[in-house]
Design a protein around this ligand. Structure first.
Ligand code: ADP
Ligand code: MG
Length: 485
Protein backbone atom coordinates (compact mmCIF):
# COMPACT_ATOMS: atom_id res chain seq x y z
CA UNK A 1 0.00 0.00 0.00
CA UNK A 2 1.09 3.52 -0.70
CA UNK A 3 1.25 4.39 3.01
CA UNK A 4 3.87 1.74 3.55
CA UNK A 5 6.03 2.59 0.60
CA UNK A 6 9.34 3.90 1.86
CA UNK A 7 12.22 5.53 0.08
CA UNK A 8 15.90 5.69 1.02
CA UNK A 9 15.57 8.26 3.73
CA UNK A 10 12.78 6.26 5.34
CA UNK A 11 10.13 8.92 4.83
CA UNK A 12 6.86 7.39 3.75
CA UNK A 13 5.86 8.53 0.32
CA UNK A 14 2.52 9.73 1.66
CA UNK A 15 4.32 12.07 4.05
CA UNK A 16 6.27 13.48 1.11
CA UNK A 17 3.01 13.96 -0.75
CA UNK A 18 1.53 15.81 2.25
CA UNK A 19 4.57 18.02 2.29
CA UNK A 20 4.08 18.78 -1.39
CA UNK A 21 0.40 19.54 -0.84
CA UNK A 22 1.31 21.95 1.96
CA UNK A 23 3.78 23.72 -0.26
CA UNK A 24 1.27 23.92 -3.11
CA UNK A 25 -1.40 25.24 -0.79
CA UNK A 26 0.94 28.11 0.04
CA UNK A 27 1.55 28.74 -3.64
CA UNK A 28 -1.90 28.16 -5.11
CA UNK A 29 -4.22 28.41 -2.12
CA UNK A 30 -5.91 25.86 0.08
CA UNK A 31 -8.98 25.60 -2.05
CA UNK A 32 -6.97 24.67 -5.15
CA UNK A 33 -5.30 21.92 -3.19
CA UNK A 34 -8.48 20.57 -1.67
CA UNK A 35 -10.33 20.70 -4.99
CA UNK A 36 -7.68 19.27 -7.27
CA UNK A 37 -4.96 17.52 -5.35
CA UNK A 38 -6.70 15.90 -2.41
CA UNK A 39 -8.70 13.55 -4.67
CA UNK A 40 -5.44 12.14 -6.02
CA UNK A 41 -3.83 9.02 -4.59
CA UNK A 42 -0.23 8.00 -4.76
CA UNK A 43 0.38 4.74 -6.55
CA UNK A 44 4.01 4.32 -5.53
CA UNK A 45 7.43 4.62 -7.08
CA UNK A 46 9.20 2.25 -9.42
CA UNK A 47 12.32 2.89 -11.49
CA UNK A 48 12.31 6.55 -10.54
CA UNK A 49 8.77 6.98 -11.79
CA UNK A 50 6.16 8.11 -9.30
CA UNK A 51 2.63 7.08 -10.17
CA UNK A 52 -0.19 9.42 -9.21
CA UNK A 53 -3.76 8.26 -9.71
CA UNK A 54 -6.65 10.59 -10.47
CA UNK A 55 -10.27 9.47 -10.19
CA UNK A 56 -11.33 11.03 -13.50
CA UNK A 57 -9.81 12.05 -16.80
CA UNK A 58 -10.88 15.62 -16.29
CA UNK A 59 -9.13 15.84 -12.96
CA UNK A 60 -6.03 14.22 -14.36
CA UNK A 61 -5.90 16.66 -17.28
CA UNK A 62 -6.48 19.59 -15.01
CA UNK A 63 -3.70 18.59 -12.67
CA UNK A 64 -1.33 17.86 -15.54
CA UNK A 65 -1.90 21.28 -17.09
CA UNK A 66 -1.86 23.28 -13.89
CA UNK A 67 0.27 21.57 -11.30
CA UNK A 68 2.28 18.72 -12.77
CA UNK A 69 5.41 20.69 -13.42
CA UNK A 70 5.50 22.14 -9.95
CA UNK A 71 4.73 18.78 -8.32
CA UNK A 72 7.62 17.21 -10.24
CA UNK A 73 10.01 19.96 -9.21
CA UNK A 74 9.17 19.84 -5.53
CA UNK A 75 9.17 16.07 -5.43
CA UNK A 76 12.54 15.85 -7.04
CA UNK A 77 13.79 18.37 -4.56
CA UNK A 78 12.65 16.47 -1.48
CA UNK A 79 13.37 13.04 -2.90
CA UNK A 80 15.95 12.91 -5.71
CA UNK A 81 14.90 9.34 -6.46
CA UNK A 82 11.82 10.69 -8.16
CA UNK A 83 12.78 11.40 -11.75
CA UNK A 84 9.41 11.43 -13.40
CA UNK A 85 5.77 11.67 -12.47
CA UNK A 86 3.23 9.59 -14.27
CA UNK A 87 -0.40 10.61 -13.96
CA UNK A 88 -2.96 7.91 -14.58
CA UNK A 89 -6.71 7.65 -14.37
CA UNK A 90 -7.83 5.06 -11.92
CA UNK A 91 -11.56 4.97 -11.41
CA UNK A 92 -11.84 2.80 -8.32
CA UNK A 93 -9.24 4.62 -6.38
CA UNK A 94 -8.91 3.45 -2.84
CA UNK A 95 -10.87 5.26 -0.20
CA UNK A 96 -8.35 6.79 2.10
CA UNK A 97 -10.93 7.42 4.73
CA UNK A 98 -10.48 3.92 6.06
CA UNK A 99 -6.88 4.60 7.07
CA UNK A 100 -7.80 8.05 8.26
CA UNK A 101 -10.28 6.62 10.71
CA UNK A 102 -7.67 4.49 12.36
CA UNK A 103 -5.42 7.53 12.65
CA UNK A 104 -8.22 9.45 14.26
CA UNK A 105 -8.93 6.64 16.68
CA UNK A 106 -5.30 6.31 17.58
CA UNK A 107 -4.80 9.95 18.27
CA UNK A 108 -8.05 10.63 20.06
CA UNK A 109 -7.43 7.74 22.39
CA UNK A 110 -3.95 8.99 23.29
CA UNK A 111 -4.33 12.10 25.37
CA UNK A 112 -1.77 14.70 24.43
CA UNK A 113 -1.38 17.57 26.84
CA UNK A 114 -1.04 20.33 24.27
CA UNK A 115 -2.47 19.59 20.92
CA UNK A 116 -2.56 21.67 17.86
CA UNK A 117 -4.82 20.27 15.25
CA UNK A 118 -3.78 22.11 12.18
CA UNK A 119 -5.33 20.70 9.13
CA UNK A 120 -7.93 20.88 6.52
CA UNK A 121 -10.27 18.11 6.04
CA UNK A 122 -12.37 17.07 3.15
CA UNK A 123 -13.98 13.91 1.99
CA UNK A 124 -10.79 12.35 0.76
CA UNK A 125 -8.20 13.36 3.26
CA UNK A 126 -7.80 13.78 6.91
CA UNK A 127 -4.74 14.74 8.80
CA UNK A 128 -3.92 15.58 12.32
CA UNK A 129 -0.96 17.35 13.72
CA UNK A 130 -0.30 16.73 17.34
CA UNK A 131 2.61 18.37 19.09
CA UNK A 132 3.45 18.45 22.76
CA UNK A 133 4.73 21.96 22.40
CA UNK A 134 5.76 24.08 19.58
CA UNK A 135 9.30 25.34 19.71
CA UNK A 136 10.41 27.42 16.78
CA UNK A 137 12.46 24.78 15.10
CA UNK A 138 9.52 22.44 15.31
CA UNK A 139 7.76 24.71 12.89
CA UNK A 140 9.45 23.02 10.00
CA UNK A 141 8.26 19.62 11.12
CA UNK A 142 4.70 20.68 10.69
CA UNK A 143 5.37 20.75 7.00
CA UNK A 144 5.89 17.01 6.96
CA UNK A 145 2.77 16.07 8.84
CA UNK A 146 -0.28 14.75 7.17
CA UNK A 147 -2.87 17.42 6.43
CA UNK A 148 -2.54 21.18 6.25
CA UNK A 149 0.15 22.28 8.62
CA UNK A 150 0.55 25.49 10.50
CA UNK A 151 2.31 27.77 8.10
CA UNK A 152 5.57 29.08 9.60
CA UNK A 153 5.27 32.20 7.43
CA UNK A 154 1.89 33.13 8.83
CA UNK A 155 3.15 35.28 11.67
CA UNK A 156 2.27 38.75 12.92
CA UNK A 157 5.65 39.95 11.71
CA UNK A 158 4.80 38.90 8.17
CA UNK A 159 1.32 40.38 8.20
CA UNK A 160 1.18 43.74 6.48
CA UNK A 161 -1.19 46.15 8.16
CA UNK A 162 -3.25 48.70 6.24
CA UNK A 163 -6.49 50.61 6.60
CA UNK A 164 -8.63 47.66 5.58
CA UNK A 165 -7.28 45.15 8.08
CA UNK A 166 -5.82 47.16 10.96
CA UNK A 167 -8.71 46.53 13.28
CA UNK A 168 -8.63 42.78 12.68
CA UNK A 169 -4.87 42.78 13.20
CA UNK A 170 -5.14 44.73 16.44
CA UNK A 171 -7.86 42.42 17.74
CA UNK A 172 -5.86 39.30 16.87
CA UNK A 173 -2.77 40.70 18.56
CA UNK A 174 -4.70 41.64 21.63
CA UNK A 175 -6.13 38.13 21.96
CA UNK A 176 -2.72 36.57 21.42
CA UNK A 177 -1.07 38.78 24.03
CA UNK A 178 -3.85 38.95 26.60
CA UNK A 179 -3.50 37.07 29.85
CA UNK A 180 -7.19 37.54 30.55
CA UNK A 181 -9.95 37.14 28.08
CA UNK A 182 -11.32 40.52 27.11
CA UNK A 183 -13.76 39.59 24.36
CA UNK A 184 -15.18 36.20 23.70
CA UNK A 185 -15.39 35.00 21.05
CA UNK A 186 -13.23 36.93 18.66
CA UNK A 187 -15.04 36.51 15.37
CA UNK A 188 -13.05 37.39 12.23
CA UNK A 189 -14.72 37.49 8.86
CA UNK A 190 -13.93 38.44 5.28
CA UNK A 191 -14.21 37.04 1.81
CA UNK A 192 -11.62 34.55 0.70
CA UNK A 193 -7.87 35.24 0.58
CA UNK A 194 -7.76 38.32 2.78
CA UNK A 195 -5.74 36.99 5.69
CA UNK A 196 -8.04 35.27 8.20
CA UNK A 197 -6.06 32.06 8.32
CA UNK A 198 -2.83 34.03 8.36
CA UNK A 199 -4.00 35.92 11.45
CA UNK A 200 -5.21 32.75 13.15
CA UNK A 201 -1.87 31.01 12.67
CA UNK A 202 -0.12 34.17 13.89
CA UNK A 203 -2.09 33.99 17.13
CA UNK A 204 -1.01 30.38 17.67
CA UNK A 205 2.66 31.08 16.96
CA UNK A 206 2.58 34.00 19.34
CA UNK A 207 0.92 32.03 22.14
CA UNK A 208 3.20 29.06 21.70
CA UNK A 209 6.28 31.21 21.77
CA UNK A 210 5.34 33.17 24.85
CA UNK A 211 3.36 30.66 26.80
CA UNK A 212 3.98 27.16 25.50
CA UNK A 213 2.03 25.56 28.32
CA UNK A 214 -1.25 26.91 27.00
CA UNK A 215 -3.33 24.30 25.32
CA UNK A 216 -4.49 25.43 21.89
CA UNK A 217 -6.69 23.59 19.44
CA UNK A 218 -6.90 24.95 15.93
CA UNK A 219 -9.08 23.28 13.35
CA UNK A 220 -11.50 24.00 10.55
CA UNK A 221 -15.24 23.72 11.10
CA UNK A 222 -15.32 20.94 8.55
CA UNK A 223 -12.88 19.03 10.70
CA UNK A 224 -14.88 19.67 13.83
CA UNK A 225 -17.93 18.21 12.11
CA UNK A 226 -15.96 15.24 10.90
CA UNK A 227 -14.46 14.51 14.27
CA UNK A 228 -17.81 14.79 15.97
CA UNK A 229 -19.54 12.52 13.48
CA UNK A 230 -16.77 9.96 13.94
CA UNK A 231 -17.04 10.23 17.69
CA UNK A 232 -20.75 9.55 17.45
CA UNK A 233 -20.14 6.59 15.21
CA UNK A 234 -17.54 5.14 17.56
CA UNK A 235 -19.60 6.05 20.61
CA UNK A 236 -16.66 8.06 21.76
CA UNK A 237 -18.37 11.35 22.46
CA UNK A 238 -17.09 11.55 26.04
CA UNK A 239 -13.49 11.63 24.84
CA UNK A 240 -14.47 14.16 22.20
CA UNK A 241 -16.14 16.42 24.74
CA UNK A 242 -13.27 16.04 27.17
CA UNK A 243 -10.75 16.98 24.56
CA UNK A 244 -12.49 20.11 23.39
CA UNK A 245 -13.61 21.33 26.76
CA UNK A 246 -10.19 21.14 28.34
CA UNK A 247 -8.42 23.59 26.07
CA UNK A 248 -7.28 27.10 26.89
CA UNK A 249 -7.86 28.42 23.40
CA UNK A 250 -10.18 26.96 20.79
CA UNK A 251 -9.84 28.25 17.23
CA UNK A 252 -12.23 27.26 14.48
CA UNK A 253 -11.39 28.37 10.95
CA UNK A 254 -13.91 28.60 8.08
CA UNK A 255 -16.90 28.39 10.36
CA UNK A 256 -19.24 28.61 7.33
CA UNK A 257 -18.59 24.90 6.85
CA UNK A 258 -20.09 24.00 10.22
CA UNK A 259 -22.96 22.57 8.19
CA UNK A 260 -26.63 22.32 8.89
CA UNK A 261 -26.36 19.31 11.08
CA UNK A 262 -28.34 19.96 14.24
CA UNK A 263 -26.47 17.71 16.63
CA UNK A 264 -23.02 18.95 15.60
CA UNK A 265 -24.02 22.55 16.02
CA UNK A 266 -25.58 21.71 19.33
CA UNK A 267 -22.36 20.06 20.44
CA UNK A 268 -20.37 23.06 19.33
CA UNK A 269 -22.81 25.31 21.16
CA UNK A 270 -22.27 23.37 24.41
CA UNK A 271 -18.51 23.31 23.97
CA UNK A 272 -18.54 27.01 23.25
CA UNK A 273 -20.68 27.83 26.29
CA UNK A 274 -18.61 25.70 28.58
CA UNK A 275 -15.35 27.29 27.42
CA UNK A 276 -16.67 30.83 27.65
CA UNK A 277 -18.03 30.15 31.12
CA UNK A 278 -14.63 28.98 32.24
CA UNK A 279 -12.98 32.05 30.80
CA UNK A 280 -11.25 30.24 27.95
CA UNK A 281 -10.69 32.03 24.68
CA UNK A 282 -12.64 31.10 21.56
CA UNK A 283 -11.61 32.45 18.15
CA UNK A 284 -13.63 31.90 15.02
CA UNK A 285 -13.24 32.87 11.39
CA UNK A 286 -15.80 32.75 8.61
CA UNK A 287 -16.60 34.22 5.24
CA UNK A 288 -19.61 36.12 6.58
CA UNK A 289 -20.65 37.89 9.73
CA UNK A 290 -22.43 35.73 12.33
CA UNK A 291 -25.80 37.22 11.43
CA UNK A 292 -25.34 36.49 7.73
CA UNK A 293 -24.20 32.90 8.14
CA UNK A 294 -26.53 30.42 6.50
CA UNK A 295 -27.75 27.32 8.28
CA UNK A 296 -26.54 28.33 11.72
CA UNK A 297 -29.02 28.10 14.59
CA UNK A 298 -30.24 31.41 16.01
CA UNK A 299 -29.09 30.69 19.58
CA UNK A 300 -25.59 29.98 18.32
CA UNK A 301 -25.58 33.11 16.16
CA UNK A 302 -26.53 35.24 19.11
CA UNK A 303 -23.63 33.78 21.11
CA UNK A 304 -21.25 34.44 18.25
CA UNK A 305 -22.05 38.14 18.14
CA UNK A 306 -21.58 38.34 21.91
CA UNK A 307 -17.84 38.99 21.72
CA UNK A 308 -15.97 41.10 19.22
CA UNK A 309 -16.92 40.79 15.55
CA UNK A 310 -14.31 42.19 13.18
CA UNK A 311 -14.17 42.17 9.42
CA UNK A 312 -11.29 42.44 6.99
CA UNK A 313 -12.24 44.60 4.03
CA UNK A 314 -10.97 44.12 0.48
CA UNK A 315 -7.46 45.52 0.10
CA UNK A 316 -6.68 48.98 -1.18
CA UNK A 317 -3.83 49.91 -3.50
CA UNK A 318 -1.43 50.92 -0.72
CA UNK A 319 -1.92 47.67 1.15
CA UNK A 320 -1.38 45.66 -2.01
CA UNK A 321 1.87 47.54 -2.59
CA UNK A 322 2.95 46.86 0.99
CA UNK A 323 2.12 43.18 0.72
CA UNK A 324 4.01 42.82 -2.59
CA UNK A 325 7.05 44.43 -1.03
CA UNK A 326 6.94 42.16 1.99
CA UNK A 327 6.33 38.97 0.01
CA UNK A 328 9.09 39.82 -2.48
CA UNK A 329 11.41 40.30 0.47
CA UNK A 330 10.41 36.93 1.93
CA UNK A 331 10.94 35.25 -1.42
CA UNK A 332 14.25 36.98 -1.82
CA UNK A 333 13.45 38.61 -5.13
CA UNK A 334 14.02 42.12 -6.48
CA UNK A 335 10.69 43.53 -7.50
CA UNK A 336 10.90 46.82 -9.41
CA UNK A 337 8.39 49.43 -8.24
CA UNK A 338 6.88 49.65 -11.72
CA UNK A 339 6.11 45.95 -11.73
CA UNK A 340 4.68 46.12 -8.21
CA UNK A 341 2.46 49.03 -9.22
CA UNK A 342 1.27 47.15 -12.25
CA UNK A 343 0.36 44.09 -10.17
CA UNK A 344 -1.26 46.14 -7.41
CA UNK A 345 -3.42 47.86 -10.00
CA UNK A 346 -4.42 44.75 -11.89
CA UNK A 347 -4.77 42.01 -9.31
CA UNK A 348 -7.25 43.34 -6.86
CA UNK A 349 -9.50 40.38 -6.08
CA UNK A 350 -7.60 39.12 -3.05
CA UNK A 351 -4.17 38.72 -1.54
CA UNK A 352 -3.89 35.06 -2.43
CA UNK A 353 -4.07 35.85 -6.13
CA UNK A 354 -1.67 38.71 -5.76
CA UNK A 355 0.78 36.41 -4.04
CA UNK A 356 0.19 33.74 -6.68
CA UNK A 357 1.14 36.16 -9.42
CA UNK A 358 4.31 37.09 -7.62
CA UNK A 359 5.23 33.44 -7.17
CA UNK A 360 4.78 32.79 -10.85
CA UNK A 361 7.03 35.69 -11.76
CA UNK A 362 9.63 34.61 -9.22
CA UNK A 363 9.57 31.01 -10.43
CA UNK A 364 9.96 32.15 -14.00
CA UNK A 365 12.86 34.41 -13.20
CA UNK A 366 14.57 31.64 -11.23
CA UNK A 367 14.09 29.11 -13.99
CA UNK A 368 15.83 31.49 -16.34
CA UNK A 369 18.78 31.75 -13.97
CA UNK A 370 17.75 34.88 -12.21
CA UNK A 371 16.54 36.80 -15.23
CA UNK A 372 15.65 40.33 -14.26
CA UNK A 373 12.00 40.94 -13.51
CA UNK A 374 10.59 43.52 -15.91
CA UNK A 375 7.17 44.77 -16.86
CA UNK A 376 7.31 43.00 -20.22
CA UNK A 377 8.27 39.73 -18.65
CA UNK A 378 5.51 40.11 -16.05
CA UNK A 379 2.88 40.72 -18.68
CA UNK A 380 4.12 37.74 -20.61
CA UNK A 381 4.27 35.34 -17.66
CA UNK A 382 0.87 36.38 -16.38
CA UNK A 383 -0.90 36.69 -19.68
CA UNK A 384 -3.54 34.01 -18.99
CA UNK A 385 -4.27 35.45 -15.59
CA UNK A 386 -4.47 39.01 -16.90
CA UNK A 387 -6.65 37.97 -19.79
CA UNK A 388 -9.12 36.36 -17.46
CA UNK A 389 -9.09 39.43 -15.23
CA UNK A 390 -9.80 41.65 -18.23
CA UNK A 391 -12.44 39.31 -19.44
CA UNK A 392 -13.99 38.88 -16.00
CA UNK A 393 -16.49 36.18 -16.81
CA UNK A 394 -18.73 36.06 -13.80
CA UNK A 395 -20.81 33.23 -12.44
CA UNK A 396 -23.90 35.41 -12.94
CA UNK A 397 -23.05 35.75 -16.59
CA UNK A 398 -22.51 32.00 -16.92
CA UNK A 399 -25.84 31.27 -15.25
CA UNK A 400 -27.59 33.71 -17.57
CA UNK A 401 -26.04 32.31 -20.75
CA UNK A 402 -26.54 28.68 -19.79
CA UNK A 403 -30.16 29.30 -18.82
CA UNK A 404 -30.77 31.08 -22.14
CA UNK A 405 -29.10 28.32 -24.06
CA UNK A 406 -31.26 25.60 -22.50
CA UNK A 407 -34.35 27.73 -22.51
CA UNK A 408 -34.93 27.77 -18.78
CA UNK A 409 -34.86 30.63 -16.28
CA UNK A 410 -31.95 31.55 -14.04
CA UNK A 411 -34.28 30.99 -11.08
CA UNK A 412 -34.83 27.39 -12.20
CA UNK A 413 -31.10 26.95 -12.61
CA UNK A 414 -30.60 28.02 -9.00
CA UNK A 415 -33.62 26.10 -7.69
CA UNK A 416 -33.59 22.72 -6.00
CA UNK A 417 -35.51 21.04 -8.84
CA UNK A 418 -33.94 17.75 -9.84
CA UNK A 419 -35.67 17.24 -13.20
CA UNK A 420 -33.08 16.36 -15.83
CA UNK A 421 -34.03 19.37 -17.99
CA UNK A 422 -32.93 21.65 -15.17
CA UNK A 423 -30.35 19.54 -13.36
CA UNK A 424 -28.16 18.95 -16.41
CA UNK A 425 -27.88 22.64 -17.38
CA UNK A 426 -27.15 23.37 -13.71
CA UNK A 427 -24.24 20.92 -13.74
CA UNK A 428 -22.95 22.44 -16.95
CA UNK A 429 -23.15 25.93 -15.48
CA UNK A 430 -21.18 24.74 -12.44
CA UNK A 431 -18.61 23.10 -14.67
CA UNK A 432 -18.18 26.27 -16.74
CA UNK A 433 -17.96 28.38 -13.60
CA UNK A 434 -15.07 26.22 -12.39
CA UNK A 435 -13.37 26.38 -15.76
CA UNK A 436 -13.84 30.01 -16.63
CA UNK A 437 -13.62 31.82 -13.32
CA UNK A 438 -11.14 31.70 -10.48
CA UNK A 439 -13.90 31.13 -7.95
CA UNK A 440 -13.47 28.29 -5.48
CA UNK A 441 -15.86 25.34 -5.29
CA UNK A 442 -17.63 26.67 -2.15
CA UNK A 443 -18.03 30.08 -3.79
CA UNK A 444 -19.54 28.53 -6.90
CA UNK A 445 -21.74 26.33 -4.75
CA UNK A 446 -23.13 29.33 -2.93
CA UNK A 447 -24.25 30.92 -6.20
CA UNK A 448 -26.36 27.82 -6.78
CA UNK A 449 -27.41 27.38 -3.18
CA UNK A 450 -25.46 24.13 -3.01
CA UNK A 451 -22.37 22.98 -1.16
CA UNK A 452 -18.93 22.45 -2.66
CA UNK A 453 -19.27 18.68 -2.91
CA UNK A 454 -22.22 19.11 -5.27
CA UNK A 455 -20.10 21.36 -7.47
CA UNK A 456 -17.26 18.86 -7.40
CA UNK A 457 -19.68 16.13 -8.40
CA UNK A 458 -21.11 18.27 -11.22
CA UNK A 459 -17.64 19.00 -12.59
CA UNK A 460 -16.81 15.30 -12.66
CA UNK A 461 -20.16 14.36 -14.14
CA UNK A 462 -19.86 16.87 -16.99
CA UNK A 463 -16.32 15.76 -17.67
CA UNK A 464 -17.60 12.21 -18.12
CA UNK A 465 -20.48 13.38 -20.29
CA UNK A 466 -18.11 15.27 -22.56
CA UNK A 467 -16.41 11.98 -23.36
CA UNK A 468 -19.65 10.01 -23.75
CA UNK A 469 -21.88 12.45 -25.55
CA UNK A 470 -20.37 14.39 -28.47
CA UNK A 471 -23.52 16.46 -29.01
CA UNK A 472 -23.44 17.69 -25.44
CA UNK A 473 -19.70 18.30 -25.69
CA UNK A 474 -20.36 20.55 -28.67
CA UNK A 475 -23.06 22.43 -26.80
CA UNK A 476 -20.65 23.08 -23.98
CA UNK A 477 -17.98 24.21 -26.40
CA UNK A 478 -20.38 26.70 -27.98
CA UNK A 479 -21.29 28.04 -24.57
CA UNK A 480 -17.67 28.33 -23.60
CA UNK A 481 -16.86 30.30 -26.72
CA UNK A 482 -19.73 32.72 -26.25
CA UNK A 483 -18.68 33.28 -22.67
CA UNK A 484 -15.04 33.80 -23.52
CA UNK A 485 -15.75 36.48 -26.10
P1 ADP B 1 -8.26 33.66 4.16
O1 ADP B 1 -8.06 32.70 5.28
O2 ADP B 1 -8.93 34.94 4.57
O3 ADP B 1 -8.92 33.05 2.96
P2 ADP B 1 -5.38 33.61 4.04
O4 ADP B 1 -5.06 33.93 5.45
O5 ADP B 1 -5.24 32.20 3.62
O6 ADP B 1 -6.83 34.13 3.66
O7 ADP B 1 -4.50 34.54 3.10
C1 ADP B 1 -4.21 34.25 1.75
C2 ADP B 1 -2.78 34.60 1.46
O8 ADP B 1 -2.62 36.00 1.48
C3 ADP B 1 -1.83 34.03 2.47
O9 ADP B 1 -0.67 33.58 1.82
C4 ADP B 1 -1.50 35.21 3.37
O10 ADP B 1 -0.17 35.15 3.88
C5 ADP B 1 -1.64 36.38 2.44
N1 ADP B 1 -2.09 37.59 3.11
C6 ADP B 1 -3.36 38.02 3.29
N2 ADP B 1 -3.37 39.21 3.92
C7 ADP B 1 -2.09 39.53 4.16
C8 ADP B 1 -1.44 40.64 4.78
N3 ADP B 1 -2.13 41.66 5.28
N4 ADP B 1 -0.09 40.63 4.84
C9 ADP B 1 0.62 39.61 4.32
N5 ADP B 1 0.08 38.55 3.72
C10 ADP B 1 -1.26 38.51 3.63
MG1 MG C 1 -8.60 30.68 5.38
Amino acid sequence: MAEEALVNDGTPIDAQWSQICSQLSVEFGESAVSSWLKPLTIGGISDGEMKICAPTLFLKNWVVTHYAERIGKIWEHINPEVKKINFVVKKNFSDRRSTDTSLLKKITSTPTPHNIYGCNINSSSFGLVAGASLANDEAKNFGTSNGSPLNPDYTFENFVVGKTNEFAYAAARKVAEAKNVSFNPLFLYSSVGLGKTHLMHSIIWHIKKNDPTRNVIYLTAEQFVYKFVKALRYKDTEAFKGQFRSVDVLMVDDFQFMGNKGTTQEEFFHTFNSLVEEGKQVIISADKSPTDLDGIEENLKSRLVGGLVVDIMPTDFDLRMGILKKKAELMGIELPVKVAEFLAQKITANVRELEGSLKRIAAHSQLLSGREITLDMTQDVLKDMLRSIDRKTTIDEIQKKVAEHFNISVKELQSSRRARTVARPRQIAMYLAKQLTSRSLPEIGRKFDRDHTTVMHAVRKVEELIVEDPALAENIEILRRTLEN
